[in-house]
Design a protein around this ligand. Structure first.
Ligand code: SF4
Length: 320
């Protein structure tokens, strides 16, 4: 029984620094893992290939599967919804579309009948934490006495991250170091140090940073700010179109018949008594709003530091 090191990679700068550090230190039994949400930009997939090739490592790709949950929901629609008085027209439409697509992010939203949000951030739990726990960590239990999960959190990202210890036990004993541990080796690093570490090793950072993205992860992230949304719309119209299609699918399979990727209340021109509908208050309207910086729709978050709520609280710190 020995030690195994699980290094979670998002394709962002912090987890790349973790990978470099793990190689520098030559820690034993390294497992590199990427939880694919299905809401990633193609540049990130290409970057993972680049890391594998340049660093000579294998990055295991894992992803969630919500087939069982969606099939269970079909039964609920057939039985419970009818008892609740939902119209046959709605039930028939939902049953036509309520099928797994194979895309984890979309299937999670189809199952839940809504998109995650800053307040209900179930995406991190279902698309990342559980997947890594169930598909990577749990199979290691019993094979290794010490399982160390490397995490890319940095103290200067948020007040809550600043309180985290460098090493903590999920399960086990810190004295003997037998059990499962979270390890945050770059906790005290600044973003500048992280980028400098890439340069020192001659490794490129994810090109998305040069396209104005402050964080790498889902595109878009439910925590994204107005400035990021504007840049996504300008450079990646295909991402906006994909989200528009997802809003259509999730709306058509939800009881409320409407679901928007971003809560419509993020747009300050939306009044509390407005009737919210995905076709009028969905991603296209948010993009229109994101492009404004003056006049009646001004509400510019541009250049604001992310708040604690915007920084992903994933134990694996996969959401930058
Ligand atoms: S990057 Fe954002 S949208 Fe994606 S799982 Fe993390 S919090 Fe959710």
């Amino acid at each position: 029984m020995s030690e195994v090191n699980v290094i979670s990679i998002s394709g962002g700068k912090d987890s790349t620094a973790l990978s470099l550090l793990s190689i520098d230190r030559d820690v034993p039994n390294r497992i590199y893992v990427f939880a694919d949400t299905g809401n990633e930009h193609s540049i990130t997939y290409e970057y993972l290939d680049y890391l594998e090739e340049t660093l000579g490592i294998e990055i295991i790709r894992v992803k969630a599967d919500f087939t069982k949950q969606i099939l269970r929901k079909r039964n609920t629609v057939k039985t419970k919804w009818r008892k609740e008085g939902i119209s046959l027209r709605v039930i028939a439409r939902v049953l036509t579309l309520l099928k797994p697509t194979g895309n984890p992010f979309l299937d999670l939203c189809i199952w839940k009948g809504r998109f995650p949000s800053m307040k209900a951030r179930f995406c991190t739990e279902f698309l990342k934490e559980k997947v890594i726990e169930e598909q990577v960590i749990e199979p290691l239990i019993g094979k290794y006495s010490t399982i160390i999960s490397w995490q890319g959190q940095r103290a200067d990202e948020s007040a809550s991250r600043a309180k985290l210890p460098e090493m903590s036990a999920v399960f086990g004993d810190m004295e003997t170091m037998k059990g499962i541990f979270n390890y945050r080796p770059i906790l005290k690093w600044t973003a500048e140090e992280v980028f400098a570490f890439h340069k020192k090793h001659g490794i490129r950072w994810n090109p998305l940073y040069e396209k104005g993205m402050s964080r790498v992860g889902c595109m878009p992230c439910v925590n994204g700010n107005k400035g990021e949304l504007k840049k996504i719309a300008e450079q990646f119209p295909e991402v906006v179109e994909r989200i528009r299609q997802w809003e259509e699918i999730v709306s058509q399979t939800s009881k409320r018949e409407s679901a928007t990727f971003f809560p419509a209340v993020n747009d300050p021109t939306v009044k509390t008594d407005d009737k919210i509908f995905f076709r009028t208050h969905g991603i296209n309207r948010m993009i229109d709003w994101a492009k404004t910086s003056r006049g009646g729709r001004q509400h510019d978050f541009l250049n604001q530091e992310p708040t604690d709520a915007q920084v992903c609280q994933s134990v694996y710190a996969i959401c930058e």
